[in-house]
Design a protein around this ligand. Structure first.
Ligand code: NAD
Length: 275
């Protein structure tokens, strides 16, 4: 059997990071070699994740961990602040980033693309690792060719720091691009001019209205409603637990070692480029 792929998890004490620690530790072809978080330093990453002791202490210094351990892959589920610097540090150390943290701007994504190309290293940034959510986005691209109006409702747990979600932004882009490719008119977004309460018609992303709901009890959910005269077509995906993201994260870790340069969106690895 080939040697396991060595993996470091950053944000390992967080909600997503703990799931990734469990998923990587349970995969026979992967080896968890380091765990970083700005909190809970020194605690065992396995105990923090609810796995029991695995003799991997949480470190708080990313640069030091990268230099000391040199994993093949770094998985990041942290916060957008300082994310570009963390990705750049990984690439400088010859480590391939798999990034689930959302909130990078387009110019930051472009900088990651240049750096990964320069270093000839694989890098994957995925606003959503849930396979069902990716299928939803592909279906949204298909539906957008045939429906002249659409609105996106994204619903997340109350602790989510960015709005709208990266997935909603990406879905809006997919819809707008599908309309352009089909030489159809852009989606119509009526109603904002008649708002009696500011913002009640949502925000506009790539010409599509997006509504962000934040409530305790939710995990990650998205609905896309398409309308034509006399018909409505609804797509909905629900991530009911963070386990739903793990098959996608493991797929990304395995795939990134064979990539050169940045891939944005796990859908490209699963389905190929947009039709
Ligand atoms: P969380 O707050 O539970 O965990 C974040 C963890 O990162 C915390 O333990 C925190 O201490 C740590 N952290 C923050 N800044 C750090 C830094 N500079 N260095 C080291 N550790 C740092 O959040 P979460 O729910 O796990 O979400 C994390 C990120 O993942 C968010 O951006 C969220 O939007 C994103 N997310 C992405 C997907 C996806 O499929 N791509 C799915 C769910 C969540």
């Amino acid at each position: 059997m080939a040697a396991p792929i060595t993996v470091m998890v950053v944000g390992a004490a967080g909600k997503m990071g703990r799931e990734v620690v469990k998923a990587v530790a349970g995969a026979p072809d992967l080896e968890l070699v380091a765990a970083v978080d700005q909190g809970r330093t020194g605690e065992d990453a396995g105990e923090v994740a609810g796995l029991g002791k695995i003799e991997i202490p949480l470190r708080d210094d990313l640069e030091e961990a990268l230099a000391a351990v040199r994993p093949q892959v770094m998985v990041d589920f942290t916060r957008p602040e300082g994310l570009l610097a963390r990705i750049a540090a990984a690439l400088r150390h010859g480590v391939r980033p798999v990034v689930g943290t959302t909130g990078l701007s387009q110019s930051e994504i472009d900088q990651v693309a240049s750096l990964a190309a320069e270093k000839r290293l694989g890098c994957l940034i995925a606003p959503n690792f849930a396979i069902g959510a990716l299928v939803l986005m592909r279906c949204a691209g298909l539906a957008a060719r045939y429906f002249a109006q659409a609105e996106i409702i994204e619903l997340h747990h109350a602790g989510k720091v960015d709005a709208p979600s990266g997935t909603a932004l990406k879905t809006a882009d997919v819809i707008a691009a599908a309309r352009r490719k089909a030489s159809a008119t852009p989606m119509a977004t009526p109603g904002a001019e008649s708002e009696r309460v500011a913002g009640v018609r949502g925000g506009e992303c790539a010409g599509v209205r997006v509504h962000s709901v934040r409530l305790p009890g939710l995990v990650a959910h998205q609905e896309v409603l398409f309308g034509n005269a006399g018909e409505v077509f609804t797509l909905r995906h629900d991530s009911l637990s963070r386990e739903s993201f793990m098959p996608g994260v493991l797929l990304a870790i395995r795939a990134v070692t064979g990539l050169s340069g940045l891939v944005y969106g796990l859908d490209k690895l699963i389905f190929g480029e947009e039709p």
